[in-house]
Structures are given as structure tokens and as C-alpha cells.
Design a protein around this ligand. Structure first.
Ligand SMILES: [Zn+2]
Length: 123
């Protein structure tokens, strides 16, 4: 759905100008992300138009929006944990070198989205 300039301004301020997911301050380039993903068809229509509404939009940095794609929050949470627990160590020799020298370590804690850290806030 197309947002007005006022709606975009209001949406950006939902979490004081921060990304809903990672908490980074949003730059001038940010996305209105569908919290519950929509799946677009090739002709511009979407498979679940009920999710294409302003109540389902949250502000997101471009990196989070691109990485989340059309995943559910729980699927994306699992993927982020997979990056940490498996993929980065398996696929990146530089990370394995740094780990052998004790120069980096991963924090084994649950993946928590920024909006989940704000007391009394839900999206
Ligand atoms: Zn982000």
C-alpha cells in the first residue's frame, strides 16, 4: 500500500526513529515493512491482501527488511540464530581464525527483536 508523507513520518516515529527489529536509528533510507509478510504475485497483486494495511506496517532499516524478506518473525528469528550457530562458523574461514585466536566469540542468547525489549510495546 502507498503511504502518504504524514503516514511515513508517523510510522518512522513508531519506535522513536529506530528499526523495529534491530533498534538501529533509521537513516533517510528506510522501509515500511509488513510485519506479517505479504507475498506479491508477478502482476503486482498479493496473495494475502488482508496483510497489506497500515496496521501491519512497521519501520525497518533496509538491511533488516531485505534479510527478513517474506518470512514470519519466528522463521526469521530461527534464521538469525542459524547464522550465529552454524552458518557463519561453517562458511567463513576468517571467523574460524578469529575464534581460534580468541578474538571473537558468539553470544548464545535468544534472538530478541528491538520492539520486544520495549516494555509495554507490541506491534
Ligand atoms: Zn534493522
Amino acid at each position: 500500500m502507498k503511504l502518504t508523507k504524514l503516514q511515513r513520518t508517523q510510522l518512522k516515529q513508531m519506535f522513536n526513529g529506530r528499526c523495529t527489529y534491530c533498534g538501529e536509528l533509521l537513516s533517510e533510507k528506510w522501509h515500511a515493512d509488513h510485519l506479517q509478510a505479504i507475498r506479491r504475485n508477478g502482476d503486482g497483486t498479493c496473495e494475502n491482501p488482508e496483510h497489506d494495511c497500515i496496521e501491519n506496517l512497521v519501520p525497518a532499516c533496509t538491511a533488516c527488511n531485505h534479510n527478513k524478506r517474506s518470512m514470519s518473525l519466528e522463521a526469521w528469528r530461527d534464521l538469525l540464530a542459524h547464522y550465529r550457530d552454524v552458518q557463519v562458523i561453517r562458511d567463513c574461514a576468517q571467523v574460524r581464525h578469529l575464534m581460534r585466536f580468541g578474538l571473537i566469540e558468539f553470544v548464545k542468547k535468544p534472538v530478541v527483536f528491538y520492539f520486544e525489549t520495549i516494555r509495554g510495546t507490541s506491534v
